[in-house]
Design a binder for this molecule. Structure first.
Ligand code: BGC
Length: 780
């Protein structure tokens, strides 16, 4: 009997042992990979948008299950304890649906200032805090990976996604991204640094070929990513839609394995942009681990490729491993009980604070700002219809937007009643007029702006002569993913805006009243031709949900502006070095403006600036070009006024192990408490190769300095930062010779200078693996 019992027990035990499935843990990933079938592996690497899986698909980038409105999820495999992880967009906050069917709770997320605005703070501490706040919303709303930040270069002011990005300078962009990533990831959730790489135009974004030299690639278009990767190790990176010199970014092992992982030491996972790339097996073989949001065709392609030997199963396993490594880090895997209640009040305060810190004061004649006047004539349709952020995946479903009208009223300004009533009526009528078009335009298409109110000139005279003490005119510009901007009526003022500015300026100045212009804009525009009409010009970019309150804080002088331009404002569009190598003036015809249909996806045709774009300007992007060619600009890179004046002195340079410690004293010599940004540039005095006359090497924002207060700022510069990329040697090269280190508050005014000498040449060879698909399409 006993024997039998033992035998039965043994049989039952061994049966259980056969059917028991191991469950994923951080320690058994290799074992789990052995358990996975080929089909399951293919599922894991293509995301969850599969045949019949409508809930996880929704519209592209708009899921309906788990966290509605998220951009996509990975594929769950229950038998092995592998949960799906949820990815959702950024970068100006988390983008999910604010409402859910049959649920009275709302799920709004804080609308922070957009990327170009955050970078204008030049303050990595505050960007880290914004990252922390966004990270908390990501975690508390049950999301695992934020699809942000976007770090692409502002190569041309017309790029439709400049608002999401940080700068024309790779150092500023890379450091800003690192601060944001470190902030978000401090909550134990992931980010996705995007779009890797050389993704600088939106027209024909799925199939455009960016053709550039290895030097431009290394010094400009990869440098931003390199800095961000080395300083923050993001959980994931998103490859871009475009080709780079003939090879798709998501299918290039030189880019993804050799440069990103071997050279830079990236430890995380790589995913595609949504439906990006054409050859699923090539993407997996290249080390693009996850294809998002995934399609059934890709799933079948991968299985077939392994079966036919086109794709090695070992390569597939590497991608699966990286996905599992991400999954075990995720809050969802760890069973985090999210609250759906992030601290929205604290984040509203933070967005109000950071927005005002990033405003850039371009002009302030006779200290027109801060305003002593309280009675305001508020002009400009945008004042009544503020633009909080750009459109597309970077748009946030924020709970509200405080426009300028509301912000001024909230903060004790008195608006001219007649004008206010006229504009309110006008905006209501314009919204009605634009409603049918708005309904036709999808969520990612930018909204058409209301026209300017055509006030009879006599009415403007009447308002100028009324008890209004000052005029404020807001000019607005919106833009979106998949579209690039226009020169006419976009980069340039529209005729109705120009007429308004001229009339207001003439009539208010006649009666001795000031005119303040607020620029609620996405990217640079032309200012030089009309700036004389204004006494003060303040860029408030796209300031997020508290925008009107933040502007009021600055107008009242509760806060001094301390933002500096992260990109140059040229005098005219033709001054932009890439002007002829960028799509221009594509006619505005709503949805058709998107070039999705023009180039057949996946094929390279030969229409310049549509199918391919030559980066003829090479490394001369933004100020690197204007400063070297000595082209006059409207406002240089790094420029920004405060309500005070500052002086820098006592520059010290001490050689140290890493390079040089550069310091100076900064004194607030005005009468207003303010912060200032110290910028450090280098200039090689007798370079053996062509190189820009100045390049940003470091920066630091001071704390708030009271009138008369002095602080010492120290910036560390590594000697290797002075290198150029040498194409012949295929190496970074530090050349012997003299270099000036220059300090200033903007790139054009660099009052302090110190010469250092490099006595030893240094070469750091890099991989040659990232080669153009065909030699002749490389631009030299
Ligand atoms: C955008 C990405 C975004 C993704 C998911 C794409 O269209 O280019 O930036 O993260 O959609 O929504």
């Amino acid at each position: 009997m006993k024997k039998l019992a033992i035998c039965c027990f043994a049989t039952i035990f061994s049966m259980t042992a056969v059917v028991a499935q191991p469950k994923l843990t951080p320690k058994n990933i290799d074992k789990i990979i052995k358990e996975l079938t080929l089909e399951e592996k293919a599922h894991l690497v293509v995301g969850a948008r599969l045949k019949g899986n409508a809930e996880a698909a929704g519209e592209v980038g708009y899921t309906k299950n788990i966290v509605p409105g998220a951009a996509g999820t990975t594929y769950p495999i229950e038998r092995l304890g592998i949960p799906p992880v949820v990815t959702a967009d950024g970068p100006a906050g988390l983008r999910i649906s604010p409402k859910r069917e049959g649920d009275s709770q709302t799920y709004y997320c804080t609308g922070f200032p957009v990327g170009i605005h955050l970078a204008s703070t030049w303050n990595n501490d505050i960007i880290y805090r914004v990252g922390e706040a966004i990270g908390q919303e990501v975690k508390e709303y049950g999301v695992d990976v934020l699809l942000a930040p976007g770090v692409n270069m502002m190569r041309n002011p017309l790029c439709g996604r400049n608002f999401e990005y940080y700068s024309e300078d790779p150092l500023l962009a890379g450091k800003t991204a690192a601060a944001m990533i470190n902030g978000v990831e401090s909550h134990g959730v992931g980010t996705s640094l995007k779009h890797f790489a050389v993704n600088n135009q939106e027209i024909n974004r799925l199939a455009n070929d960016s053709r550039l030299s290895m030097r431009a690639l290394r010094e400009i278009y990869l440098r931003n990513f390199e800095i961000a990767v080395k300083e923050s190790q993001p959980w994931t990176i998103m490859t871009s839609y475009n080709y780079i010199t003939g090879r798709h970014a998501s299918e290039d092992p030189g880019l993804l394995e050799t440069i990103l992982r071997e050279e830079w030491g990236f430890k995380g996972m790589v995913m595609t942009d949504w439906s990006g790339g054409y050859d699923a097996a090539a993407q997996i073989a290249a080390g693009n681990d996850l294809l998002m949001p995934g399609s059934y065709a890709q799933y079948e392609e991968i299985i077939a490729a392994v079966k036919s030997g086109k794709l090695a199963e070992a390569d597939l396993d590497i991608c699966v491993k990286r996905i599992l490594e991400l999954i075990v880090r995720s809050p969802r895997f760890q069973g985090y009980k999210y609250s759906n209640k992030p601290d929205m009040d604290a984040h509203a305060k933070l967005t109000r604070e950071v927005a005002s810190e990033g405003f850039v004061l371009l002009k302030n004649n006779n200290m027109s700002l801060p305003l002593k006047e309280k009675k305001v004539a508020l002009f400009g349709s945008t004042s009544y219809n503020f633009i909080a952020g750009g459109k597309g995946s970077g748009d946030v479903n924020r709970p509200y937007v405080v426009d300028l009208r509301e912000g001024l009223i909230n903060n004790g300004f008195e608006l001219n009643k007649e004008l206010d009533a006229a504009y309110s009526k006008h905006i209501a009528a314009e919204k009605k007029r634009l409603a049918p078009q708005k309904a036709l335009r999808k969520w990612f298409v930018y909204d058409l702006r209301p026209n300017e109110l055509q006030r009879p000139h006599d009415d403007i005279i009447k308002t100028a002569q009324s008890d209004a003490e000052v005029a404020i005119v807001t000019i607005g510009r919106n833009s979106a993913e998949a579209f690039d901007r226009f020169i006419e009526r976009d980069f340039m003022l529209c005729p109705d805006e120009e007429a308004l500015l001229t009339a207001v300026s003439r009539e208010f100045h006649k009666v001795g009243k000031k005119v303040i212009v607020i620029l609620n804009i996405c990217s640079p525009m032309e200012i030089a031709s009309w700036r004389d009409k204004a006494d003060a010009i303040l860029i408030c970019w796209m300031p997020g949900q508290e925008g009107g309150n933040s502007v009021a804080d600055v107008l009242l002088g509760k806060v001094s502006p301390s933002g500096h331009l992260p990109t140059t404002f040229p005098i005219s569009y033709e001054d932009v070095r890439s002007a002829k190598d960028f799509p221009r003036n594509v006619p505005e015809n709503g949805l058709n403006q998107s070039r999705f249909n023009i180039s057949e996806v996946g094929k390279i045709y030969d229409v310049k600036n549509i199918d391919y774009t030559n980066y003829e300007e090479d490394i001369y992007v933004g100020y690197r070009d204007y400063a070297t060619r000595k082209v006059e600009v409207a406002y240089p890179f790094g420029y920004g006024l405060t309500y005070s004046q500052f002086e820098m002195s006592n520059m010290q340079v001490k050689e140290c192990k890493e390079g040089y410690k550069v310091s100076c004293e900064v004194k607030n010599i005005g009468s207003f408490p303010a912060k200032q940004v110290v910028q450090l540039y280098s200039s090689e005095l007798a370079p053996e190769v062509d190189r820009p006359v100045i390049e940003l090497r470091g920066y630091k924002k001071t704390p708030l300095l009271q009138a008369g207060e002095t602080t010492v700022v120290e910036i560390l510069i590594n000697k290797d930062d002075l290198m150029t990329y040498n194409e012949k040697a295929n190496a970074w090269k530090l050349t012997k010779g003299d270099y000036d280190l220059l300090l200033g508050f903007d790139s054009q005014t660099l009052p302090l200078k110190h010469k250092v000498t490099i006595t030893k040449e240094k070469l750091i060879p890099v991989s040659t693996l990232m080669k153009p698909a065909s030699g002749e399409i490389f631009i030299k």
